[in-house]
Design a protein around this ligand. Sequence first.
Ligand code: ATP
Ligand code: MG
Length: 113
Amino acid sequence: MKYIVAIIRPHKLEDVKKELLKEEVHLMTITEVLGCGRQQGITEVYRGVKEVDNLLRKVKLEIAVNDSFVERTVDAIMRSSREGEIGDGKIFILDLEECIRIRTGERGGEAIG
Ligand SMILES: Nc1ncnc2c1ncn2[C@@H]1O[C@H](COP(=O)(O)OP(=O)(O)OP(=O)(O)O)[C@@H](O)[C@H]1O
Ligand SMILES: [Mg+2]
């Protein structure tokens, strides 16, 4: 199992969700966050707006998946969030040790989706 954490542009969220649904990835946690990339916000220009604060608004998606879903999840996020501009975001893939559905006590792959 893997825990996929993706930081994306906020306005991409609906497109990303749509692409994830196409891949049967429905379970996710979404948080509004502030982030700093390697340009430290200062030189990030997007749609003509130059950001001056070094913390930019981003959206964080967290998705726990079985190994067989990793690539399709990453591909869906990539194709729906990439614009080819600085600040497009980043995807982190972490090993996930365990997952427990509290209601039933199921564990692992059974509990994840
Ligand atoms: N190494 C990191 N650790 C934690 N969060 C990060 C890291 N790199 C990027 N992020 C998060 O992702 C957001 C978007 O990063 P961003 O796309 O600007 O990355 P970048 O490395 O600067 O690449 P680019 O040159 O394409 O802009 C940041 O605002 C931050 O929230
Ligand atoms: Mg950046």
